[in-house]
Design a protein around this ligand. Structure first.
Ligand code: PHE
Length: 339
């Protein structure tokens, strides 16, 4: 019997609990009516008379000890948290690394900054659009195959609700509400129903530029884009404008920059041409100005649009567009120093 008491005493001196529930379980196990300590009292009647005094005392000591021990454990949870379980609360916390900017944001901010220095302000428009702002006002005739140049996501129930395929829609929104002079850029997300691969994605980002005023000429466009290219890719960068077609600009062009990787000598990124195509541009078609109630005899303008993913890939040598959307920290961490 005495051995049993000693054993229980030892057990009790080691009990631990990390929740109030656990304390209660221990209380039930040891000191409730059917608990281990109480059981000793019922076994007491079998103790030979000459040992009764000694054993009785020992049981009483054990009972008090058990009660104190349980009370002590319970006290720790009185204010909801354990008071002391070996935690050093003065220990400095683990330092957490702050997040870093996404490479697309880094490049978008840089583009905004460069055009900001030329006096371009920033405006935004909705991603969910209608036919007028994405196509009709931009001089896409109805049923014209040019609409197929961009695979549009339409809402089945209402073909007049669609996801914008380019940020040119923001040109219309801005011109509808402001008379020239207008000098703004419009960064934003665009959507095209394209198969996802290393080179294209159904969601990507563009920056659109628009300058409308009296006497704006193609020379202004070229000079603006040359300044932009040199600021973004370096002072040695050259540009080249190739004739192209967009319904909303006339004349239209595509701009190439000299390959920043090989310096124009030819490499696998520029497919040994020395040039990289980075944007579409042109003089705003008078029909577009008129759609927005801007007098096309008084005002002229230029517009340009570029994909942020493509520029970021060229700038940082990123081979697969899907990296931008996967949020793999091993990829994102590499842009820690970019701001
Ligand atoms: N919106 C065109 C595109 O997405 C780019 C562009 C913008 C071309 C402005 C000319 C002028 O391809």
């Amino acid at each position: 019997m005495l051995d049993k008491i000693k054993q229980l005493q030892e057990e009790l001196s080691n009990i631990k609990a990390s929740t109030v529930e656990e304390v209660d379980e221990l209380r039930i196990k040891y000191i409730s009516k059917k608990g281990l300590v109480s059981q000793l009292f019922s076994e007491f009647k079998n103790v030979p008379n000459e040992q009764k005094k000694e054993v009785g005392q020992a049981i009483n000591v054990l009972k008090n000890f058990a009660q104190d021990k349980i009370n002590e454990l319970r006290d720790r949870f009185n204010n909801g948290t354990p008071k002391d379980d070996g935690l050093d609360l003065t220990r400095p916390g683990e330092s957490m690394k702050p997040g870093t900017r996404h490479p697309l944001s880094v490049v978008r901010n840089e583009i905004i900054d460069i055009f900001g220095r030329l006096g371009f302000t920033v405006a935004e428009g909705p991603e969910i659009e209608d036919d007028w702002h994405v196509f009709s006002a931009l001089n896409f005739p109805p049923e014209h195959p040019a609409r197929d140049m961009q695979d549009t996501f339409f809402i089945e129930k209402d073909p007049d609700v669609l996801l914008r395929t380019h940020t040119s829609s923001v040109q219309i929104r801005v011109m509808e509400r402001t008379q020239p002079p207008i000098r703004s850029i419009f960064p934003g997300r665009v959507f095209r129903n394209e198969a996802i691969s290393a080179r294209s994605h159904c969601i990507f980002h563009q920056v659109e530029g628009l300058y409308v005023d009296e006497n704006v000429s193609f020379a202004d466009l070229k000079q603006t884009l040359l300044y932009f290219a040199k600021e973004l890719f370096g002072e040695k960068t050259k540009i080249r404008l190739r004739p192209s077609y967009f319904p909303f600009t006339e004349p239209s062009a595509e701009m190439d920059v000299s390959c920043s990787i090989c310096g124009g000598k030819g490499c696998n990124v520029c497919k040994y041409t020395g040039w990289l195509e980075i944007l579409g541009c042109g003089m705003v078609d008078p029909n577009v100005l008129e759609s927005c109630n801007i007098d096309s005899r008084k005002y002229t303008g230029f517009a340009f649009g570029m994909g942020i993913e493509r520029i970021t890939m060229l700038k940082y040598g990123i081979k697969d567009i899907r990296h931008f959307f996967e949020n793999d920290v091993r990829f994102l961490k590499q842009f820690e120093s970019a701001i």
